[in-house]
Design a protein around this ligand. Structure first.
Ligand code: PMP
Length: 435
């Protein structure tokens, strides 16, 4: 415990004021396996944060550890810039085998700097170079990262080149109707903006969207709306970028989030789980967009061999064990159970998600304005639920535009028993937070 306290104290003195998780989750992980993290104080936690959705196979999965050890034992170089290696070849082959067929048949891959935001930057630069245009179509509530371009593509940004379009939301519908009609209106809004010469929308180089908004509060894009976005962009020769950083590798119940709607984007931005818990980010795109000259996009850390090996092992394991389907079945069951909980707790405004990407929106049920369709979000209650979960050995993430959404991102290897344990602890925590 003294180690635990000491580490926490020194970290709080030395680290930047921007520290996030460490503030709300004062734990000092020293060991982890699967769903479980053990702290320096000996406490054990069920980890439904999963490195913000990175750990498709949970912590330290044997196939991931084996893959890493194999590279180390082989004497292969760990750092090689973007040189060709057997490890990279195996990763690329495995990745291409999972991609939507129409894209995989004609795809190029750009290895990027290590984080999701680096791949977003690369994608934005790629479509701007390929189209010679600079405008960007992006969505309310979006999250694409923390570097300049990715930040501007995220919700609430102010770059004049970015046109902010409404992302459909059943619960907090921008048009106050929700459902199919809300999504239909969102699509028509987009069409009319693009087709109105007086709208002032800068010539778009691309459209970027998440198949399920994650940080924005777990908001699944309706399939039909996604197909409309695909048609609208295809008709106007606007490259469509799917940011699958969080939705990829089985998380939403299909291998890639776009598969629910069947759309094939022109560009896919991939990170998090593709590195099997090590940093790795790539952009995959139609070969027709490959207009870059040699060196047009570089970066020292584009060749992390351990991440590629861990990633290839993860992709193969998810594919061979049909873990996406497992995520779909188990996720649906967890959603149903949480909806049951919502029926008994008015402070749960909404339960939503896809696969094992689940969000529970906490609301201030008592303080809804008489004419409001839904009560205001309750970041206070969400934070209290997160703390109560922590006391019960359950780690959950917060999200949403007002941080009113508790998010569950368990590994795809979650067992039925573990799912029950997670839900039991969550229900207890909710009851405690309400008191
Ligand atoms: N895009 C999406 C959809 C994300 O969820 C995230 C991270 N939460 C990013 C991009 C940025 O990734 P990174 O934090 O690795 O830069």
């Amino acid at each position: 415990t003294s180690t635990h306290e000491g580490i926490l104290r020194r970290q709080s003195l030395r680290e930047s004021a921007a520290r996030t998780y460490a503030r709300s989750l004062p734990i000092v992980p020293v060991r982890a396996r699967g769903l479980t993290i053990e702290g320096a104080d000996g406490r054990r936690y069920l980890d439904c944060l999963s490195g913000a959705g990175t750990l498709a196979l949970g912590h330290n999965h044997p196939v991931v550890l084996e893959a890493i050890k194999k590279v180390i034992d082989s004497g292969a170089p760990l750092h090689v810039l973007d040189l060709a290696t057997p490890v990279k070849d195996a990763f690329t082959t495995e990745l291409f085998a999972t991609l939507p067929r129409a894209l995989a048949e004609d795809a190029r891959i750009q290895f990027c700097g290590p984080a999701g935001t680096d791949a977003v930057e690369a994608a934005l630069k790629l479509v701007r170079t390929a189209t010679g245009r600079s405008g960007l179509l992006a969505f309310t509530g979006a999250y694409h990262g923390m570097t300049a371009g990715a930040l501007e593509a995220s919700g609430g940004a102010t770059d004049v080149r970015v046109t902010r379009l409404p992302f459909p939301h059943d619960y907090r519908c921008p048009f106050g109707i929700g459902g199919e009609r809300g999504a239909e209106l969102a699509a028509r809004w987009t069409e009319s903006l693009l087709d109105d010469p007086k709208s002032g929308v800068p010539e778009p180089a691309g459209m970027i969207l998440e198949p399920v908004q994650g940080e924005g509060g777990v908001i699944p894009a309706p399939d039909e709306w996604l197909r409309r976005m695909r048609a609208i962009t295809a008709d106007r020769s606007i490259p469509l970028i799917a940011d699958e950083v969080q939705t990829g590798v089985g998380r939403t119940g299909t291998f890639w989030g776009v598969e629910h709607s069947g759309i094939v984007p022109d560009v896919m931005v991939l990170s998090k789980a593709i590195g099997g818990s090590l940093p790795l980010a790539v952009v995959v795109y139609r070969s027709g967009l490959d207009v870059w000259r040699p060196g047009a996009h570089a970066g020292t850390f584009r060749g992390n061999q351990l991440a590629m090996a861990a990633g290839a092992a993860t992709l193969a394991h998810v594919r061979e064990n049909r873990l996406a389907e497992r995520a779909a079945t188990l996720g649906a069951r967890m959603l149903a159970s949480l909806q049951g909980l919502a029926a008994a707790h008015p402070c749960i405004g909404d339960v939503r998600g896809r696969g094992l990407m689940i969000g529970v929106e906490l609301v201030d049920a008592g303080s809804a304005a008489p004419d409001a369709l839904v009560p205001p979000p309750s970041p206070r209650l969400a934070a209290a639920v997160q703390q109560e979960c922590l006391h019960r050995g359950l780690i959950v993430e917060l999200g949403g535009r007002h941080a009113g959404v508790v998010r569950l991102l368990p590994p795809l290897t979650l067992t039925d028993e573990q799912a029950v344990a997670v839900l039991d602890r969550f229900a207890d925590a909710l009851a405690a937070a309400e008191r």
